[in-house]
Design a protein around this ligand. Structure first.
Ligand code: G6P
Length: 362
């Protein structure tokens, strides 16, 4: 049938979509380049961003996790205070808003009811809204004042992969354009760095056996697993845990490395898998310390580090990319590990139980 054709030679959409990520990164850069070859965002959208005194990112699931990374860009590059909220919470417990808020809705489908409920509320209050979505003409796009498209191509697997990296890439471009418009000096060339990111992701997707092996070694029979990271890596481990839960049904949690000792470390037993990400220089020593803490309590540890920060005994070293863009790359091993863990446990990778691709009820 038609879906078989679309999947090509891939056994699952999820694997195909993971593999598409280098191409999606390049496509996004192209799509946002102007005639001079510079990254640019529509003027009315940029004006809305730069007129705001605080940005409220609203999203659900994987898109919420992309928002956590986006906040870093908007604050560090565009210097706009930014909050990230789960849509279903925001609706019933709206925080005190700033004077000139801008709402950014992140939604792959553009149809998520929880996010739409916030959009309706925000419009009633008269505040501007920008939607980042993969689907032109989707509800959240039509109803917002501004739209930025993800250009990721259709995402079919319920577990989101390429939409997550696309969302982060578009947020990086938005933050850079906003910062430049304000006259801030950019610390790096985003176009060039995105090219390095695309190549780095390609290296990882070409090395699938390594991640299949990690999944086999650490996750084939375990009832639970922990992911730890600090700073940017903390955002990514939350997504890593969600991915693993969604498709392999392994109970998983993504924790801030330093927070584990305040309670959750009680769950570490002999052989409990703990996957650590180590891509951020300023917290490298601290996350290494956290790995030692759990290892001393019997955990089976798997550290995925970035070139330049690696230590002997790391399970995998990803290619070096700019630290702020590391989430685009470090998430890929965790996607592949989740994929193979689900496969080894005979789970329905593309259609996990109880989940829908797009949830159109609140
Ligand atoms: C559903 C999907 C998730 C997705 C979330 C938000 O729960 O199963 O994978 O992250 O909705 O979807 P959206 O389309 O708004 O990004």
């Amino acid at each position: 049938d038609a879906s078989d054709i679309e999947k090509g030679t891939y056994p699952h959409y999820m694997l195909k979509e993971i593999d598409e990520q280098p191409a999606v990164m390049r496509k996004i850069v192209q799509a946002y380049q102007n005639e001079e070859g510079e990254l640019s965002i529509a003027k009315d959208t940029l004006d809305a961003v730069n007129a705001s005194d605080r940005i409220y990112i609203i999203a659900c699931g994987t898109s919420y996790h992309a928002g956590l990374v986006g906040k870093e860009y908007l604050e560090k590059t565009a210097k706009i205070p930014t909050e990230v909220h789960v849509a279903s919470e925001f609706v019933y417990n709206t925080p005190l808003l700033s004077e000139k808020p801008l709402f950014i809705f992140i939604s792959q489908s553009g149809e998520t009811a929880d996010s739409r409920a916030v959009l309706v509320h925000v419009k009633e209050l008269g505040h501007p809204a920008l939607t980042l979505t993969n689907v032109a003409g989707s509800t959240l796009s039509r109803e917002a004042n501004h739209t930025l498209l993800l250009h990721a191509g259709p995402e079919i697997a319920v577990a989101s992969t390429k939409a997550y990296t696309a969302q982060i890439a578009v947020l990086a471009i938005l933050a850079e354009a906003a910062g430049k418009a304000k006259g801030f000096e950019m610390k790096f060339d985003l176009i060039q760095e995105m090219g390095i990111v695309a190549n780095a992701i390609q290296t990882l997707t070409d090395d699938k056996e390594a991640f299949e092996q990690i999944a086999r070694d650490f996750l084939s029979t375990t009832p639970n697993a922990f992911f730890i990271g600090r700073s940017m890596d903390y955002h990514v481990v939350q997504e890593a845990a969600l991915k693993l839960k969604e498709i392999s049904y392994i109970q998983a949690e993504g924790f801030a490395g330093g927070e584990l000792k305040h309670g959750t470390i009680a769950l570490i037993e002999d052989g409990t898998p703990v996957v650590a990400l180590a891509t951020q220089e300023n917290v490298n020593l601290s996350i290494r310390g956290n790995v030692k803490e759990v290892a001393a309590r019997g955990a089976s540890t798997c550290t995925i580090s970035m070139k330049g920060l690696e230590e002997e005994g790391d399970s995998y070293v990803i290619p070096h990319v700019h630290e702020l863009l590391a989430p685009l790359v470090s998430v890929v091993p965790t996607q592949l590990i989740a994929y193979y863990a689900a496969l080894h446990r005979d789970c329905d990778v593309d259609k996990p139980r109880n989940l829908a691709k797009s949830v159109t009820v609140e």
